[in-house]
Design a protein around this ligand. Structure first.
Ligand SMILES: [Zn+2]
Length: 158
């Protein structure tokens, strides 16, 4: 099992109850096949998906902050957590705090027919909350359009 998933289960932050309830970060969760989610996303505009996805990690970030997790530790945690959520394996080939621009590569991601707007939103919030700045995220290359990996830039909007 993924190391982070094991940690979460051990810390009782992820559990599968006998009563059909999944508990994730002290709230209930649903586990749907990605096909179902993608069909829903097709009904939304890319900007809507992006803005919705920005809200997704907020309850988790609140718990991590309550537990006094440090900023960069929290960013690491959130990026590993994205793997648990099935968004693929995340690396940061360029982390540039001086210019407030960061490059993120996501590998092992599923071919996502609506592109990676939910991943963009999740990354924007993960970086914004951890580095205390308002970051946006754009995708520069996507496996949907034939690239080997999905590549994102985290940046501050002018
Ligand atoms: Zn992509």
């Amino acid at each position: 099992m993924h190391k982070k998933a094991e940690e979460l289960m051990f810390a009782d932050l992820l559990s599968f109850g006998e009563n059909g309830r999944i508990n994730l970060f002290n709230g209930s969760a649903f586990l749907f096949p990605s096909e179902f989610i993608l069909n829903l996303e097709e009904k939304l505009s890319p900007d809507d998906i992006y803005e919705f996805a920005k809200k997704m990690p907020i309850p988790i970030i609140k718990i991590l902050c309550d537990r006094k997790m440090g900023d960069l530790e929290r960013l690491d945690f959130l990026l590993e957590l994205a793997e648990v959520f099935g968004m693929g394996s995340i690396s940061i080939p360029n982390f540039d705090q001086k210019n407030n621009t960061h490059e993120v590569t996501v590998t092992n991601t599923e071919k996502n027919k609506v592109s990676c707007h939910h991943t963009r939103g999740y990354l924007a919030t993960a970086f914004s909350s951890s580095l205390n700045k308002k970051f946006e995220c754009k995708e520069n290359e996507c496996i949907t359009t034939g690239s080997e990996n999905c590549k994102f830039t985290i940046y501050i909007k002018d």
